[in-house]
Design a protein around this ligand. Structure first.
Ligand SMILES: Cc1cc2nc3c(=O)[nH]c(=O)nc-3n(C[C@H](O)[C@H](O)[C@H](O)COP(=O)(O)OP(=O)(O)OC[C@H]3O[C@@H](n4cnc5c(N)ncnc54)[C@H](O)[C@@H]3O)c2cc1C
Length: 768
């Protein structure tokens, strides 16, 4: 197997000498500017006049932006593996996933001993390296709940805490020459990293053979292992013939067989000469890439798609998905079971999932590719933006998730018109942070991690709602990928029906990739948090409701009620936002909220709007598993308050929330958008105890309401759809659904059946 099919990469190999401490840093920056992919440093922690390589890597990571970094190779005997694992993971997180791990078993044992290290025999040093790899990978396995135990002869850890996980799949490359080390590469490592100067002509094919055999023995595909090569002793000015002595063209000619016959895919220039680094990056690298690509395509060998998947990961693939047919445009960011990133993308905030494939497109056309691919498979498909869906299950079991999180840009298109464009994958906390410097804000909700895509297609009952309206009321256009793959803009002039439906029932119509929204001028707001003893639950609720309805529109109040501990009372937390920085007016409006019940805590502050919806960046693992009921009501009247009080008294409610709507929300005509409920003042959510949901559902029915907000409803019956969309709205939605999604591709969030009295659709199923 001469060519393992990896993409070609080029790097530099710099001496960490400290005669001028900035010198290696300058060379690293030059490498990045010249276009190299990788910067590496020798690691000889005992060497007189050398900087410490790990410190240098950290410094360089902060001074560069794109280039990947590695020790070449790090001296294991002087770097305890559990700590090294954390160092690598930390720097990988801080640098945005740019750290690779080159490791060596150790050489120069006198110097290692002189530094307090332990002298090992060659056999012991390989065993130690093998144990170290287990420790390092164990520490990185942050999703494993159990503490880490490795009982090695050289490295043992007894109950080590795991994590952090690195930001990306950090490969472990070993500097190896002798058979024992080469077998370890084949069995456990991700790359082989020798130096040309230490190799005899036959060493590369022999080494590859040993590695490939050891890989096969370990049940691995040899293509999992990248072959790297340090080009030491090379000289562009050399003229005496010989390997890599002469101009760039000679190098390209001589390196081509290394790539095609010896399987080398990463070439690392060992030189501290700035001119050599530049020639290597700008002349050798592009020409060699081109030559290798041309050879590969002419002989049809090598996949050029990167490393093969490990056999253990292949075994986790799900039936019904043709993984090999995944378009190249999506493959690089796709995540499957067995990938390190899988744990962080499999679930949403509310739902635990085990999808067979998570696609992470970053452009609308990639979304169209993802959708077309998903439609050709025989598995469920979910759409995900921020992953906070309660009704919408943005994950599944065994299916495909189209996750648009990467499309999270926030742009101010026109400051005077307050026009902003937000990517569907952004979270509202991020949107608020990005708009704050412009003095703008969009009312969204109460939680900064909620995603734009789910909320801006459903409604958006936010902290500035009574003054500003719903989020959807200010959406003036959206870009949408339709079921048939078309990418369209929907606004008042183009696809107006679709635009109407998107604002309230968007999840049924397509995948929105961005929204144009009119923001409002907002700087600081007054934010108050009050905690009441709501033992007299019904009376408190009625009084609270009256206060909200009597308040000026600049005031929006959200209420969360929780059962107290043991015999303690029901607790009621009010979060009240005054849309503006007039503290006098705000205090006058907020003070009455102290009255309805004994106050346990109170605080108020003037704060930037962005601070009250700051993102939490929570990792999703289905942690908020909840069953939720929704109701939209005009008033918190006697019936409503009694039902809530009974839910708490019976222990059937884990939490009850009220979001005030009304005000500007109700200025919009019921037929202006697919969100038709424009008379109600309150949006209620009961989070009911799973074990008692039947009783809680019965109690909820006593409300007798005919209006729900689907974002807070997880009851699956058809009645919910009718309550979300009154008959004229639902009729129109079904017709629009028939026109834009006749085959009901988007059916995983309270599906709207396409109208059947519609002329046959122009959107056939995607051909396979
Ligand atoms: C803790 C918490 C607090 C909340 N607070 C509020 C609040 O104050 N006000 C409020 O109005 N809502 C609130 N919600 C509800 C929230 O608005 C909805 O759950 C919303 O769907 C979440 O959007 P998301 O992108 O994070 O969800 P996801 O889980 O990513 O998606 C949910 C569903 O939305 C649809 N969807 C997602 N992305 C797209 C897209 N790009 N194009 C088309 N359809 C898409 C899909 O049907 C998907 O199944 C809250 C939810 C939680 C969990």
């Amino acid at each position: 197997m001469p060519d393992y099919g990896h993409d070609l990469r080029f790097g530099s190999f710099i001496t960490p000498q400290n005669r001028r401490p900035e010198a290696p840093v300058d060379l690293a920056r030059l490498s990045e500017q010249a276009g190299l992919d990788l910067v590496t440093f020798q690691d000889h922690p005992y060497q007189h006049g050398f900087l410490d390589t790990w410190t240098l890597l950290s410094w360089v990571a902060a001074r560069t932006e794109r280039v990947h970094l590695a020790g070449n190779v790090l001296n294991l005997p002087l770097r305890p593996p559990a700590v090294l694992a954390r160092s690598v993971a930390s720097l990988d997180l801080l640098s945005g996933g740019r750290i690779e791990l080159g490791l060596g078993a150790g050489a120069f044992w006198d110097a290692i001993e002189a530094m307090g290290g332990r002298r090992l025999t060659p056999a012991q040093s390989v065993e130690a390296l093998s144990e170290a790899i287990d420790v390092i990978r164990g520490v990185w396995d942050a999703d494993e709940r159990r503490v880490l135990r490795v009982d090695g002869d050289h490295y043992s850890v007894h109950g080590a805490k795991r994590g952090p996980a690195p930001a990306h799949e950090v490969p472990i490359w070993l500097g190896a020459y002798k058979p024992r080390m080469l077998r370890l590469v084949g069995a456990k490592a991700d790359g082989w990293l020798p130096s040309l100067g230490y190799l005899q002509p036959e060493d590369l094919p022999t080494g590859n053979k040993i590695i490939d055999e050891a890989a096969a023995e370990a049940g691995r595909d040899p293509r999992e292992i990248r072959r790297l090569l340090n080009l030491t002793g090379a000289d562009f000015r050399g003229s005496g013939g010989g390997l890599l002595q002469g101009p760039a063209a000679t190098w390209v000619e001589q390196l081509l067989p290394f790539a095609l016959q010896e399987g080398v895919s990463t070439f690392i220039l060992g030189s501290d000469d700035p001119e050599a680094i530049q020639i290597f990056a700008q002349e050798v690298a592009p020409a060699l890439r081109e030559a290798v690509a041309a050879e590969r395509s002419s002989i049809g060998s090598g996949s050029a798609t990167g490393p093969a998947r490990p056999a253990r990961a292949l075994a986790l693939r799900r039936t019904g998905i043709d993984y090999d047919a995944l378009p190249g445009s999506l493959a690089a960011e796709a995540v499957e079971p067995g990938d390190r990133a899988y744990e962080s993308v499999r679930s949403s905030y509310v739902w635990s999932g085990s999808p067979g494939l998570v696609l992470r497109p970053s452009t609308p056309s990639q979304v169209a590719d993802a959708l077309a691919f998903a439609r050709r498979q025989d598995v469920p498909m979910s759409v995900r933006s921020g992953g906070h869906g309660i009704s919408g299950r943005s994950t599944n079991d065994g299916g495909i998730v189209v996750d648009v999180r990467a499309m999270n840009a926030v742009e101010v298109l026109h400051r005077e018109r307050r026009l902003v464009r937000v990517g569907a994958g952004a979270r509202w906390g991020e949107v608020a942070e990005a708009l704050a410097p412009h003095g703008l804000a969009i009312s969204s909700g109460d939680y900064g991690d909620v995603g734009v895509g789910g909320l801006a297609t459903a409604g958006g009952q936010g902290f500035l709602g009574r003054f500003y309206g719903l989020t959807i009321d200010h959406v003036v256009g959206a870009e949408v990928v339709l079921a048939d793959g078309r990418i369209v803009r929907a606004d008042a002039g183009q696809h107006p029906d679709l635009f109407w439906a998107l604002r309230g029932a968007g999840g049924n119509m397509g995948i929105a990739t961005s929204f144009d929204i009119e923001a409002m001028e907002v700087g600081d707001v007054v934010f108050a948090a009050l905690l009441h003893d709501a033992s007299d639950t019904a009376a408190f609720l009625q009084a609270w409701g009256r206060l909200v309805e009597d308040s000026p529109r600049r005031l929006t109040a959200f209420l969360s009620m929780f059962p107290g501990q043991a015999a303690n009372p029901v607790l009621a937390q009010s979060l009240i936002v005054w849309a503006g920085d007039d503290t006098g007016a705000a205090v006058a409006a907020i003070e009455p909220f102290l009255e309805p019940a004994p106050v346990l805590q109170q605080q108020a502050q003037l704060a930037p709007y962005a601070a009250i919806v700051a993102p939490h960046h929570n990792r999703h693992h289905g942690q908020a598993r909840l069953r939720s009921r929704s109701a939209l009501v005009d008033h918190l009247d006697g019936t409503t308050s009694a039902v809530v009080a009974d839910l708490f008294a019976a222990g059937d409610a884990g939490m009850f929330q009220v979001r005030s709507v009304g005000g500007a929300v109700n200025d919009v005509a019921p037929d202006a958008t697919a969100y038709a409920h424009r008379t109600q003042n309150f949006s209620l959510t009961a989070v009911v105890n799973e074990s008692r949901h039947a009783r809680a559902d019965q109690a909820w029915e006593r409300l007798g309401v005919d209006a729900v907000y689907l974002s807070f409803e997880s009851h699956p019956d058809d009645g919910s759809l009718a309550k979300a969309f009154p008959p004229p709205t639902l009729r129109r939605l079904r017709q629009i659904k028939a026109a834009y999604d006749p085959h009901n591709v988007f059916r995983h969030n309270f599906p709207i059946p396409p109208a059947t009295d519609q002329p046959a659709s122009k959107t056939p199923p995607v051909a396979s």
